[in-house]
Write a protein that binds this ligand. Structure first.
Ligand code: ADP
Ligand code: MG
Ligand code: MG
Length: 853
């Protein structure tokens, strides 16, 4: 028969799955001989069973009863005794800490007669009745959902009177008397703690923290100790190091004559640990030192002092800020407590990312205008602009404010300090692009009413040029300028400052060096320009994994693309020198390192004005009796090229096969730029990458053309030709494709889109919220690679590709390349490198090192 209950003395800190974090750590402290009130833990398995069937698992209550009897023997008191009652706390505690999200009930075992016994025993009537009052309140709220306000409405009073009044509230709400049988109290409390796993706020918290919803909570039942027995009693919390900065030295808060959560609730001003009575303080410090040694990490603890005796009520490896995480990891290495490999496991790419964003000095911020979705962290201040052209033309810092963004807004997004939209969520265009660029973005701020050149929000209207501040870490939008602090870490990576003398920078430096040393996965950058590539290189990229050549067709060069689309092939000759110059700059910035140039990918009509706009212009001209001229010709072209599903239409390799000379021009530009670099004494290592291939024949055709162009350029270095794997068919036929490709690069954005059949531009508002709610996925597959589905295609392609060509280089260049969880997946799938935006390069480096240790 399954066993559901473990005494504290039976468990240990490694049993968190079964006993929950709190239970496992209480057991560990008990084993260490620390002063923990005796007790036992009901397993998470019992909770899962209960939540599944709606009933207490068979045999559970009998098992609880047996452990309770042991506890009574040990304490020399009995539960429910009228003269000297044993009182219990019933505490939640899942595998992962969820502070304050679930329930705990104190003082179980008090009733109308044992309260008298407790008063007599303790010689403290006030204390006894106040404890009973607390029980009725906590029990009522937790077990019977009596609204907390109903108790509060009673107001202050003598404890005895309050007990009377609270019982009335309880009866009014539940239609029954407050349970007097202590066993009934206990069993009902255990059930209520089980159910608190499903409380709305707990579900929400787990979703946010990516904690699985099916783990269940354990329940800890333990003897009560009392911090509310006068001036030599009290309760407190403490940390073995400063959880904000990581600085050495204990930190904590203490409250005299208090119980439970009074400290956290902030009702009274707390004391520092220095003010504890000396013997208690000495003992507490020595316990904290032992805990650090045992857990080899920062610990936080909850303790209570009852008449001068110290009791430990909880410990765990403590939460900390990202900065403290790095500092403490490095400290512990210095102290000889952990190895550098372990230190790498103590920090994460997410934490590094948070340290790389600038931040607002919140203390000096006004109340926010509104709050949207925190889509891309950081703090940005600037004048409002409503379109991309204005952003690009602006001389000072600007915030691009749009209903939503589309690829046309890219120049504006690049120019702006931050992006604010009123529509769309975390995977909207604005959000994805901004995150990629490391640019602050708040999206889906639905209260904003954007109308041409003004934006109204909650009765205020702002105009172009008005200054706003947006916080991409919290989603808050402020009017006016909130002071910003730049990230020191970024200044360090940029080479503006050294790590010398700064504990945080020194810690980051040390862990980054170790990560690079361990990593098997290389980190390249997605960069389209020389300055981008140079920055990526400063951030530690060892190549460009994706240069999107279409980004070289924006701005004034659009005209050339228009000419091309209208059938003027001389446009290609005009584009050639422009592309060549771009590549030369890029190769120079990445001299000696590979630069993967992707041939043009998006549907060409993306370079033309939108259909509606053109139609309106032509109609206006005609209404005025004017010749629409070039607009008319363009309109015909746009109509001709209009597609129902452009993402599945004429793009990628298909363009190369349909539009003669387009790819050849790009290949020539690459080869000539490389030859020029060689002539200038450089060491360019370009590669040519063909997008959207689904069949080897497509690649063979483009390859033949490219090879003949390459052969015709004198002085060019060898240039490898490879393909993106972003169509499921390409992954499945990777064995054939590898024969014609010297490298693969997974385009996981398109691969995800096509594998799931989700349009990445539309899913967000439509149904992702619902999908996340239903748990169909815990996180958007566009953010973190779907390891089971899309990931399986990656594994298949790697295996089949390498079988056909053992020296095949395999990388990834989608958004996922900079996502910590995905980096780990790519390491395990055996890829050679990931490529991500320059800003995320350090994050990927850290994660690549972590994945390899
Ligand atoms: P949370 O997980 O939300 O922190 P806890 O189970 O730790 O909830 O309980 C909250 C507080 O209740 C503890 O910090 C402690 O002060 C008090 N408490 C819990 N058990 C006992 C006990 N056996 N004796 C005295 N106080 C207790
Ligand atoms: Mg606690
Ligand atoms: Mg693609």
């Amino acid at each position: 028969m399954t066993r559901y209950v473990y005494d504290f003395i039976e468990g240990n800190k490694d049993l968190k799955d079964l006993l929950g974090g709190k239970g496992a750590n209480l057991a560990e402290m008990t084993r260490m001989g620390l002063p923990v009130p005796p007790g036992f833990t009901v397993t998470t398995e019992a909770c899962r069973d209960y939540l599944h069937t709606g009933k207490m698992p068979e045999g559970l209550l009998a098992e609880v009863q047996r452990h309770l009897e042991l506890l009574e023997t040990r304490m020399g008191k009995s539960f429910g005794d009228a003269k000297d009652p044993l009182l219990l706390s019933v505490r939640s505690g899942g595998k992962f800490s969820m502070p304050g999200m679930m329930e705990t009930i104190l003082d179980i075992g008090l009733n109308d007669s044992s309260v008298e016994g407790l008063a007599e025993q303790s010689g403290d009537e006030h204390f006894a009745w106040d404890s009973y009052r607390r029980l009725i309140q906590m029990f009522g709220r937790t077990v019977f959902d009596v609204p907390g306000e109903d108790f509060e409405a009673v107001g202050p009073g003598q404890p005895k009177d309050l007990v009377y009044a609270y019982k009335k509230v309880f009866e009014a709400h539940t239609g029954r008397d407050f349970p007097q049988a202590s066993h009934e109290q206990l069993f009902l409390a255990i059930g209520a703690v089980f159910r608190s796993w499903k409380a709305e706020r707990a579900v929400l918290y787990r979703r946010q923290e990516r904690i699985p919803q099916d783990l269940g909570t354990a329940v800890n039942v333990m003897a009560m100790v009392f911090g509310n027995r006068g001036q030599d009693s009290g309760t407190g919390v403490a940390f073995t190091r400063d959880p904000a900065t990581g600085r050495r030295g204990v930190y904590g808060d203490y409250l005299r004559d208090a119980q439970g959560e009074d400290v956290v609730a902030g009702i009274r001003n707390t004391l520092s640990l220095d003010e504890l009575d000396r013997p208690v303080r000495t003992k507490l410090l020595s316990i904290m030192e032992r805990l650090e040694q045992r857990y080899r990490d920062l610990c936080d603890i909850e303790f209570t002092v009852e008449n001068g005796t110290l009791w430990m009520l909880q410990t765990r490896v403590g939460k900390r800020t990202p900065a403290a995480a790095f500092v403490i990891a490095a400290q512990l290495v210095d102290e000889g407590t952990i190895t550098l490999d372990e230190a790498l496991q103590r920090v994460s790419g997410e934490q590094l990312a948070q340290l790389m964003f600038p931040s607002f000095d919140i203390a000096s911020a006004p109340p926010p205008l509104t709050t949207g979705v925190a889509a891309s962290p950081g703090a940005a201040v600037g004048a409002i602009v409503f379109d991309s052209a204005a952003a690009a033309a602006a001389t000072g810092p600007v915030i691009l404010v749009r209903r939503e963004t589309n690829p046309d807004d890219l120049p504006g997004m690049i120019a702006a300090r931050g992006i604010l939209t009123s529509r769309g969520g975390k995977t909207s265009h604005a959000a994805v692009v901004a995150r990629g660029m490391g640019k602050t973005c708040v999206c889906g701020a639905e209260e904003l009413v954007i109308d041409g050149d003004s934006v109204a929000v909650n009765g205020r209207t702002l105009h172009a040029g008005d200054v706003i501040s947006i916080d991409g870490t919290t989603g808050k939008v402020y009017a006016g300028e909130v002071p910003v602090r730049p990230s020191e870490i970024v200044r360090y990576f940029e080479g503006e400052i050294t790590a010398h003398g700064d504990p945080l920078l020194a810690a980051v430096e040390r862990l980054m060096i170790h990560a690079d040393h361990r990593a098997r996965l290389g980190v390249h950058a997605n960069a389209d320009t020389g300055p981008d590539a140079a920055r990526a290189r400063r951030f530690g990229a060892t190549g460009v994994g994706l240069c999107r050549t279409e980004h070289m067709f924006l701005g004034e060069r659009r005209q050339l693309v228009e000419r091309l689309i209208l059938g003027d092939h001389t446009a290609l000759a005009d584009l050639l020198p422009l592309q060549r110059a771009d590549f030369e700059e890029l190769f120079a910035a990445m001299d000696g390192l590979p630069v993967t140039v992707r041939l043009i990918d998006p549907p060409l009509h993306e370079f033309l004005p939108p259909l509606e706009e053109l139609t309106a212009r032509v109609a206006r001209a005609e209404a005025l009796g004017q010749d629409p001229g070039r607009d008319g010709v363009l309109l015909t072209a746009v109509r001709r090229m209009h597609e129902q599903n452009p993402m599945l239409g004429l793009r990628g390799v298909r363009l190369g096969l349909v539009i003669p000379g387009l790819f050849a021009m790009q290949v020539r530009a690459v080869a000539e730029a490389a030859a020029a670099r060689v002539a200038a004494g450089g060491d360019p290592k370009p590669e040519i990458m063909v997008p959207l291939v689904g069949a080897v024949q497509e690649l063979e055709t483009v390859r033949a053309e490219a090879e003949s162009v390459l052969a015709s350029v004198p002085g060019a270095p060898p240039i490898r030709i490879g393909t993106m794997i972003e169509v499921p068919r390409a992954a499945l036929t990777a064995g054939e494709i590898a024969v014609a490709a010297e490298f693969f690069s997974f385009g996981t954005n398109d691969l995800t889109q096509m594998t799931w059949g989700f349009s990445r531009d539309d899913v967000e508002g439509a149904f992702f919220g619902r999908y996340l709610g239903l748990g169909i996925f815990a996180v958007s597959p566009f953010e973190t690679i779907d390891a089971d589905g899309v990931g399986e295609l990656v594994r298949i392609a790697v295996t089949r590709g390498r079988a056909a060509r053992p020296d095949l280089t395999v990388g990834v260049c989608g958004e996922h390349g900079g996502d910590p969880a995905s980096v780990r997946f790519f390491h395990e799938a055996g890829l050679d490198y990931v490529s991500c935006s320059p800003f995320r390069v350090p994050i990927a480096r850290l994660e690549a090192g972590r994945a390899a240790t």
